[in-house]
Write a protein that binds this ligand. Structure first.
Ligand code: AMP
Length: 204
């Protein structure tokens, strides 16, 4: 089973992704986490992407596609894994097409796209209270100014993916403003409609 989590920054995708991955033996892959690790290591990729991430823009498609491609291969090599859950990738139509090619090479495809919806005002309120509650855990891009840019990038670049996946019959929309447990229940209800949920991923 291969899932994509779509949604604006701060909608709670990461938290929900980790729970769903654990419950369904999926590997949660977050391009944001991979890029932050590259920045922390000071690798060549890290140096290229650091300032882009700090400003809230999107890093080049080829960089994220190659990171995802490698991690997908690694995940397929683990027989205990039933599939993958992508959080933060794809972020635009070009990446969506790149993903299809990468999956096709592995004889795989996307089973469902879950979109966590939340109004822009609610996103800003969430980040402001998170900064107030945990000032020490603040990320470089955790400021209201950068969040505004990230929200704009989301509307301009990522939002069109909703229509793209709706037209393919893959999109399920979830209200991300509900409490965490309720959002988790809505996600489980949506996943229960995938025919092979909990079953083995396709052979090959
Ligand atoms: P995230 O943790 O998913 O919110 O990502 C943090 C930052 O990493 C984003 O603001 C982008 O700068 C970068 N990033 C993460 N995923 C992607 C992606 N698929 N394409 C381009 N940039 C990305």
């Amino acid at each position: 089973m291969n899932l994509i989590f779509l949604g604006p920054p701060g909608a709670g995708k990461g938290t929900q992704a980790r729970h769903v991955a654990e419950r369904h033996r999926l590997v949660a892959l977050s391009t944001g986490d991979m890029l932050r690790a590259a920045v922390a290591e000071g690798s060549e990729i890290g140096k290229q992407v650091r300032s882009i991430m700090e400003s809230g823009g999107l890093v080049p498609d080829e960089i994220v596609a190659s990171l995802i491609s490698e991690e997908l291969k690694r995940a397929r090599g683990d027989s205990a894994v039933e599939g993958v859950l992508l959080d933060g990738f794809p972020r635009n139509l070009k990446q969506a097409k790149m993903l299809e090619e990468i999956l096709a090479e592995q004889d795989e495809s996307i089973d469902m796209v879950l979109e966590l919806g939340l109004e822009d005002d609610a996103l800003l309120r969430r980040i402001e209270s998170r900064i107030a509650e945990n000032p020490s855990e603040r990320r470089e891009d955790d400021t209201p100014e950068v969040l505004r840019r990230r929200i704009k990038v989301y509307h301009d670049e990522t939002r069109p993916l909703s229509d793209y996946y709706r037209e393919r019959g893959l999109l399920r929309q979830i209200d991300g403003s509900a409490p965490i447990e309720e959002v988790a229940r809505s996600i489980e209800a949506a996943l229960a409609n995938i025919g092979d949920i909990g079953g083995k991923r396709k052979a090959g």
